[in-house]
Design a protein. Structure first.
Length: 197
């Protein structure tokens, strides 16, 4: 999995939820229904500030070229939201599925606020989720976190939960990767990442 060099931080980040469900509209004008399907995930459009080609620009281009086939992982900007010090949260018990995760290892009393971003790292892959409701860890450091979207893969017992620096991991999508080189020898780059699973 490719990561960008230290100090290369996006100046534009546009996330979107890819929804595999849909709306069923009856042909006779009856009530519409929402059909939910598993597999919803996130995609982000990323733009980077101008990067001097002589120093970092060529390295960033090289890594993005490799990321096209190997995938990429970048930190999700939290836009001024401080998600605190959660402790060392882990999935508590294997075989979990659905729209919540039972976890332990939290710092007692730590609060997951609605809208916090988090990863569940399963098999080395970072799955991105959003906390759908507030919850506070009990005195034993346990909490049940409501998630959006639903779990895409059942995590193993003791899989790591990341709240301090959540990441988006996936593939660079599109048929090509392009970049610009200014007369000032700066590289301009934008690309899209879609979670692969």
């Amino acid at each position: 999995m490719i990561e960008l060099p230290d100090g290369v931080v996006p100046n534009g980040f546009s996330p979107a939820l890819i929804d595999y469900g849909g709306i069923l509209r009856p042909p006779t004008g009856g009530a519409i229904q929402r059909i939910n399907r598993l597999g919803n995930r996130f995609r982000v459009s990323v733009s980077l500030p101008p990067i001097p080609n002589k120093e970092l620009g060529r390295v960033v281009v090289s890594r993005l070229l490799k990321a096209k086939t190997e995938g990429i992982r970048i930190e999700l900007p939290l836009a001024g939201v401080e998600q605190g010090s959660p402790g060392a949260p882990l999935v508590m018990g294997a075989g979990q599925a659905g729209g919540s995760i039972i976890a332990d290892g939290f710092r007692p009393g730590y609060g997951v606020s609605e809208g916090f971003w988090l990863n569940i790292v399963t098999g080395g892959q970072y799955y991105l989720y959003n906390a759908a409701a507030p919850v506070q860890a009990d005195s034993d450091g346990e909490a049940t976190i409501q998630l959006t979207p639903l779990l895409r893969k059942s995590p193993a017992d003791n899989d790591v939960i990341v709240l301090q620096k959540p990441m988006i991991e996936g593939l660079v999508i599109g048929d090509e990767i392009g970049w610009s080189i200014s007369l000032a020898h700066h590289i301009g780059i934008s690309f899209d990442i879609e979670e692969a699973a």
